[in-house]
Design a protein around this ligand. Structure first.
Ligand code: DP6
Length: 360
């Protein structure tokens, strides 16, 4: 497939008004996307667990305009209130996807959106937000062209979400999603996420992710700026090659349920992501002292308890604590006893692997 497959020909139906709602989850990358080429093409492939509890619910009410407008016409409400600050990002997104959804200037849209997680929790809402928006728009396109099948619908929703925020393309389906061309996975594509197509051992079913909110403030450096710093980064070439290798290694890990190797890859990926930030120019550090305290506690507990708890990090200070279902009591007790003290205001979110977005 190329991006041209997503440019529609004339629509068969006429629709004047309607409303659609989607709830779309966030995701947590195991192999990280960090660095991109033009048009939101990833510099390396990545894979993520789709989450369940952290999600955005978005409704779009649409009304056909008397004639096509010269600019995008939409209102935006976040948690019930108009939110002007969010509009420029959506306008840019609409501009990027207009050639794939040529009806965008023919309607007025009322976009109503809210997150399941607290605002300013330091949790990025771009993956769940952009995927929910893309799904609503695809739903409108499906009304205009009912021939669209589910496979194409999901691929194009992922393709559109990617143009809003790269990692959002991994939030359409679950429970393990790969994005980015990789030689071992024939179906993989730089254009959209695909369900990981090979065997996954039962130990990875129902995996838990307890998100420790270490720092709820605004990040000092956005992901978009961070990605950009991978251009001319001294370690970029090796890093991109390493991501390919880690995805290859994960195939045996997933099929055999090899948790020791899983931990090694996942933690190394998290630390490499932050190492890339610390070694770019300008350099920056997104971890906080409590991020390191938590990491050290996890390592000590894993050693003494013989459990398989491990951590991963996003582009921020928060820690995602990952553990299998069979160890949930023991690990959760440890989190409450020893880790929650390092969270801002003691806040954390209990999440787990999920199965993708839902139409409401
Ligand atoms: C560290 O998807 O937020 O979470 O494409 O610029 O919107 P943009 O970036 P974004 O980057 C996320 C990077 C990451 C790793 C990952 O999710 O793979």
């Amino acid at each position: 497939m190329t991006h041209k497959n997503f440019i529609p020909s004339v629509y068969s139906n006429e629709i004047t008004a309607g409303k659609v709602t989607y709830k779309s989850p966030s995701n947590i990358a195991l192999v990280k996307y960090w660095g991109k080429k033009d048009n939101q093409i990833p510099a390396n492939p990545s894979i993520s667990f789709t989450l369940d509890a952290c999600a955005t619910t978005t409704s779009i009410s649409y009304n056909k305009l008397a004639s096509k407008s010269s600019d995008f016409s939409f209102d935006l409400l976040f948690e019930g209130k108009p939110k002007e600050e969010f509009k420029p990002k959506i306008k840019i997104f609409f501009g990027r996807i207009e050639s794939y959804l040529p009806f965008l200037k023919e309607y007025h849209f009322k976009i109503e959106t809210s997150n399941s997680f607290p605002h300013s929790s330091g949790i990025a809402s771009s993956a769940s937000g952009m995927s929910a928006l893309a799904l609503c728009l695809m739903s409108i396109e499906k009304k205009l062209n009912p021939e669209i099948n589910q496979d194409f619908f999901n691929k194009k929703a992922s393709f559109l979400a990617r143009l809003g925020s790269g990692s959002a393309c991994r939030s359409i389906e679950g429970d393990l999603i790969q994005w980015g061309a990789h030689s071992d996975i024939a179906e993989s594509s730089d254009l959209y996420g695909v369900k990981y197509p090979y065997k996954v051992h039962a130990v990875f079913k129902n995996y838990h992710d307890t998100i420790l909110l270490v720092d709820k403030g605004q990040k000092q450096v956005s992901s978009t700026v961070g990605h950009d710093l991978m251009h001319n980064h001294p370690f970029a070439k090796n890093r991109f090659a390493q991501a390919h290798e880690n995805l290859t290694k994960l195939q045996a890990v997933f099929s055999e349920g090899d948790l020791k190797s899983f931990i090694e890859i996942v933690e190394s990926e998290a630390l490499t992501l932050h190492a890339m930030m610390m070694t770019s120019l300008p350099y920056f550090v997104l971890m906080k002292p409590n991020t390191l305290e938590i990491i050290n506690k996890i390592w000590a507990f894993r050693e003494s308890s013989n459990t398989n708890v491990c951590f991963t990090l996003d582009a921020g200070a928060n820690v995602h604590v990952l553990y299998p279902e069979s160890e949930k009591e023991e690990v959760f007790q440890f989190i409450k006893n020893e880790l929650v003290a390092y969270c801002e205001n003691g806040q954390y979110i209990c999440d787990r692997i999920g199965f993708g977005a839902k139409k409401l």
